[in-house]
Design a protein around this ligand. Structure first.
Ligand SMILES: C[S@@+](CC[C@H](N)C(=O)[O-])C[C@H]1O[C@@H](n2cnc3c(N)ncnc32)[C@H](O)[C@@H]1O
Length: 188
């Protein structure tokens, strides 16, 4: 019951919940690029409440800069850290988004994404995310590319990232999604 209420609070205060998790693994004063920042609510809150020096980009321009979804307009290692929060599954090429987020980060990369380790989980994740997107962004159509946790681990290995922590998140009252945070250290 307690878990149910705690998770319910996470749905209502999605931004507060995500920022509290990211703020607990990214120190104050860190420069961080939020890749796929959407309306920038997380980007701004991390800056205002957690003292993280954020910037954001997205393929759709809102409050932050627009980019082409392929190449981030920043030099290698321009930020201490990068954050990808639920944006790879809507990208045409999720692997490329990860590659770019790693390229611009000197020390850490934080990935928050749904993983789909079974056909049933994948079907439920796609159906729910589709419904959420119809309600919140009725005019936008995105790809829905979800991956298994093994796929993510193989990408981290390919990019020479050290997995510092892997944490299950819950922004829904019951665990319909398998949402995870991967905290990664850049080792190049
Ligand atoms: C579910 S929203 C998440 C937004 C924000 N990160 C958050 O958690 O509130 C997914 C975002 O991914 C963005 N997106 C789509 N393709 C992308 C790409 N190639 N690179 C970065 N972001 C992309 C979309 O425009 C959208 O803003």
């Amino acid at each position: 019951m307690v878990t149910l209420f705690r998770n319910l609070r996470n749905v209502i205060d999605y931004v507060g919940y995500i920022c509290s998790i990211v703020g607990s693994v990214v120190p104050r004063g860190t420069t961080l690029l939020d890749v796929g920042c959407g309306d920038g609510a997380i980007t701004r809150t991390l800056s205002d409440q957690y003292g993280i020096k954020t910037d954001g980009v997205d393929v759709f321009p809102q409050d932050y800069a627009q980019y082409d979804g392929v190449t981030l307009p920043f030099a290698d290692g321009s930020f201490d850290a990068s954050l990808i929060c639920f944006s790879t599954h809507h990208a045409d090429d999720p692997q490329r988004v990860l590659d770019e987020a790693v390229r611009v980060a000197k020390r850490r990369v934080v990935v928050i994404e749904c993983v789909t380790n079974s056909a049933a989980r994948r079907a439920v994740t796609i159906a729910l995310d589709y419904a959420v997107n119809i309600l919140t962004h009725p005019h936008e159509r995105f790809p829905m590319t979800f991956h298994t946790s093994d796929w993510w681990h193989s990408q981290f290995k390919r990019l020479g990232l050290r997995l510092v922590a892997e944490q299950r998140l819950s922004t829904w009252p019951v665990r319909v999604y398998d949402q995870r945070l991967f905290l990664l250290e850049v080792t190049r």
